[in-house]
Design a protein around this ligand. Structure first.
Ligand code: FES
Length: 75
């Protein structure tokens, strides 16, 4: 799916760019131009960055959050 219509940049390509270290909108724009023209894709780019960072964080915590009991069960 194309995310940045102005530059023809796909969701898949943006995820690659983020995984290669682009951790801000500015870094993505510098790398491929996405977000630097009309700007209408910028909210989606920010969301992709945020979701990728959260996914990376949860993959490095060993799944501990999923193993925690519900809050009311601990009371
Ligand atoms: S759709 Fe991405 S800059 Fe226009």
């Amino acid at each position: 799916m194309i995310v940045c219509v102005c530059r023809g940049i796909s969701h898949h390509k943006l995820l690659e760019i983020i995984q290669e270290g682009a951790s801000s909108l500015e870094a993505i724009t510098a790398r491929c131009g996405a977000g630097g023209d009309c700007g209408s894709c910028q909210a989606t780019l920010q969301s992709l960055i945020h979701r990728s960072q959260r996914a990376a964080e949860s993959s490095t915590d060993g799944g501990c959050r999923a193993a925690q009991p519900p809050i009311d069960a601990a009371a």
